[in-house]
Design a protein around this ligand. Structure first.
Ligand code: GDP
Length: 436
């Protein structure tokens, strides 16, 4: 429970062992006692106390730890409600921490990212955001703009002082600096998206080339952590696999795995469907046979996309090799494997890392944006920087230039939540889980 009256409510239902007035109990302590409904004992519990402002929400807070189990928890909850508490909305504790100024919006959002993280890298970026690195970077950029903005305001308010070229040059320099920093943040979202969502990968190929064998080889990797999701298209399951730090979201693995029946085996049409959804296509061919028309259709589907071609069954006598022109026309990434014998799988991972520049990203030190809302606001501020620069080039009056610069400040303030509207706040916190 959080809020002004939470100890008053607690007093009605909690009897500490060594009878003590609840309001005298210090913050950051845990007390043993019983929860009572009138004369009836509900459970033996431990209650943690937090006194304002030193709590998650900055309000008075208490947490009741019971023995657990559905019935007891429900009874205690109902007892709290009966005595004046109300149920928290999803994310309301974090929302209060934000509204009461303990954390900014970026930090609040990172709590949600942490809860939903699917990989260690995602946890790392979440923790860094919770610690406030993005907020600090934004604050730095804002300060840089403010320093110049002050001069502009003076020049506008006191037109009798002519704005000399130095001021315009100052503004232009500032805008260039700010633009560099913002673009760097904007670009980091490419990596951020990969960290958060994984590389959406489709394994395609005509029946019997070895798709499910490859899938098994990937999933048997002992370091692979697999999480299943409902796919975006109907009837597909997406699996998040984390291999050697490469986050892959495999599309329609269920289709591949369950297609035992020869008639149902995932073929060209299905391949086309799942390839459309993917960031990366892994197209498999049976190298022990000549390319068929079906193989050529698979190549056609893979054209102009990020595609890795796998020549499978290289343990058998080979009929096609990596110099095949039809293959080379589609992709330069051609790898020989044997899915059955798990040969060449590491080469595949290496190729994926290369293709998505994963080796170049320093996940521990680089500033990486993972949140779409932040990315969109940063892109918008980059646009406004460009407009401001153009207005300087066009010799616009200072007050026009100032409007664009104020827009940049506003975009940045929206990221950390200083100026954000109530609707947006509600929308953000509605995505939280209950009790967070
Ligand atoms: P899918 O229909 O594309 O999913 O193909 P499967 O993975 O079911 O494989 C079809 C057949 O090819 C099975 O009998 C596999 O054992 C066999 N197969 C798969 N990979 C290899 C390989 O690397 N070498 C050999 N010799 N056979 C393979």
């Amino acid at each position: 429970m959080s809020g002004e009256d939470c100890f008053k409510i607690l007093e009605k239902i909690f009897k500490p062992k060594n009878i003590q007035k609840i309001e005298d109990i210090k913050g950051y302590t845990i007390k043993y006692g019983i929860i009572m409904d009138g004369d009836k004992i509900i459970d033996e519990v431990l209650v943690s106390f937090f006194k304002q402002p030193k709590s998650y929400t900055t309000e008075n807070m208490c947490e009741i730890n019971s023995h657990g189990g559905n019935i007891i928890v429900k009874q205690i909850l109902e007892l709290c409600l009966k005595n004046g508490a109300r149920l928290a909305e999803p994310g309301e504790f974090t929302k209060r921490a934000f509204l009461n100024g303990r954390i900014d919006l970026v930090q609040a959002e990172s709590v949600m990212d942490l809860i939903h993280a699917k990989s260690e890298k995602e946890v790392n970026t979440g923790i860094k955001q919770l610690e406030g690195w993005l907020s600090k970077e934004i604050a730095k950029i804002k300060q840089e703009i403010m320093d110049v903005m002050v001069n502009i305001e003076v020049a506008i308010d006191y037109p009798e002082y002519d704005v000399d070229d130095v001021t315009i040059e100052q503004i232009a320099n500032m805008l260039n600096n700010v633009e560099d920093k913002l673009i760097k943040l904007e670009r980091s979202f490419d990596s951020g998206k990969i960290i958060k969502e994984g590389i959406k990968t489709a394994i395609i190929g005509k029946p019997n080339v070895g798709k499910s064998s490859l899938l098994n080889a990937i999933l048997k990797e002992e370091r692979a952590i697999v999480t299943e999701y409902e796919g975006t298209t109907r009837d597909t399951i997406e699996e998040f696999v984390n291999i050697n730090g490469i986050p892959l979201k495999l599309v329609d693995t269920a289709g591949i795995r369950n297609a035992k029946d020869e008639v149902e085996k995932i073929g060209i049409n299905k391949s086309k469907e799942i390839a459309n959804e993917a960031d990366l296509i892994i197209a498999i061919f049976d190298s022990s046979k000549e390319l068929t028309d079906e193989d050529k259709e698979i190549l056609e589907i893979s054209k102009n996309k990020k595609t890795i071609i796998l020549l499978n069954k290289t343990d058998l006598e080979s009929k096609i090799d990596e110099n095949n022109e039809l293959l080379k026309n589609v992709s330069n990434s051609i790898i020989k494997i044997s899915a059955l014998n798990r040969i060449g799988i590491e080469d595949l991972y290496e190729e994926i890392s290369k293709m998505f520049n994963l080796n170049e990203i320093n996940f521990d030190n680089d500033l990486i944006i993972t949140n779409v809302r932040h990315k969109n606001l940063i892109s918008k501020s980059v646009e406004n920087v460009k407009k401001a620069k153009e207005s300087i080039k066009d010799n616009m009056p200072l007050d026009i230039i100032a409007i664009f610069i104020k827009d940049i400040l506003e975009d940045l303030a929206n990221i950390t939540g200083e100026m954000v509207t109530e609707d947006i706040i509600n929308e953000i916190f509605a995505k939280f889980c209950l009790g967070k």
